[in-house]
Design a protein around this ligand. Structure first.
Ligand code: SF4
Ligand code: SF4
Ligand code: SF4
Length: 250
């Protein structure tokens, strides 16, 4: 039986999530036994010639040309996986949406602004149907493997819809707020095993917001530590400005 043909594509991004996949090490060899990679610009020069079963898409949609291209990919693929915050929630590219589009175009491209087909940043699901989401900036490798296995088996993958704090507590980390540092863990969806906090950093909200953020609890925390609400809003905007909440994951 032939293996599913898998093609990796990128839109506006830093390609860091592709690198994460390329750096899987032994886990990648296991994955390669299950699939035929027919296009993956970061690691090979071959092209899929539009023959693939699964499209794995990195990056945000930021031009009208991107819209045409992602629609074509969607029409070809039986399954579409969006991976990395740029693709799943707009990510850092969404910071552009904090400003009027014409103003930001002029700021970046100056007199050449009219030559650029830039639109407000969108996550992939805001343009085409997405079957699976792998959140994170960059993606958390174990989750990517889980999602890919689910897609290959035709099974659903449910992204956790509780906060990073849950994983953080299970990992017995000292809370950043107790050290006088702000952290978006209380309102950010888990699934990364509180990766950043385990390594001495804070949560920046790269996986997007949980469906029902505990706003009152977050406000209580801000009150307790005398932290201005604007600081938190700015942090949220870094990753979450473009994306609406991702729809119910498959
Ligand atoms: S999600 Fe982060 S690491 Fe991945 S492509 Fe976007 S900016 Fe790069
Ligand atoms: S606020 Fe941050 S550091 Fe504190 S428990 Fe939640 S995730 Fe961990
Ligand atoms: S801890 Fe927060 S910022 Fe770090 S990977 Fe997890 S969701 Fe992203």
């Amino acid at each position: 039986m032939s293996k599913p043909r898998v093609a990796f594509f990128d839109f506006a991004c830093c390609e860091g999530c592709q690198l994460q996949v390329a750096n899987f090490g032994e886990a990648l060899l296991d994955v390669l036994k299950l699939i035929d990679v027919v296009e993956f610009r970061e690691v090979m020069s071959e092209k899929s010639n539009e023959k693939y079963d699964i499209a794995i898409v990195e990056g945000s949609i930021t031009t009208n040309h991107d819209i045409e291209r992602i629609k074509k990919i969607r029409n070809t693929a039986k399954v579409l996986i969006a991976y990395g915050s740029c693709a799943t929630i707009g990510g850092v590219n969404g910071m552009k949406n904090n400003f009027p589009l014409e103003k930001i175009k002029k700021y970046v491209y100056n007199k050449d602004a009219n030559y650029f087909d830039t639109i407000a940043t969108k996550a992939v699901h805001q343009v085409v149907k997405v079957d699976y989401f792998v959140h994170g900036c960059p993606i958390y490798q174990p989750e990517f493997i889980e999602v890919l296995k689910s897609a290959l088996r035709g099974l659903p993958y449910k992204v956790p819809d509780y906060s990073v704090c849950v994983e953080c507590k299970l990992n017995e980390n000292e809370c950043m707020y107790d050290k006088g540092i702000t952290c978006l863990g209380p309102i950010t969806r888990a699934g990364c095993n509180s990766w950043c906090i385990n390594n001495g950093n804070i949560c920046y909200g790269c996986r997007g917001m949980v469906t029902n953020p505990a706003k009152n609890a977050q406000m209580d925390v801000l009150d307790k530590y005398k932290i201005p609400l604007d600081w938190i809003k700015n942090k949220i905007n870094m990753y979450n400005k473009a994306g609406e909440q991702a729809p119910e994951e498959k």
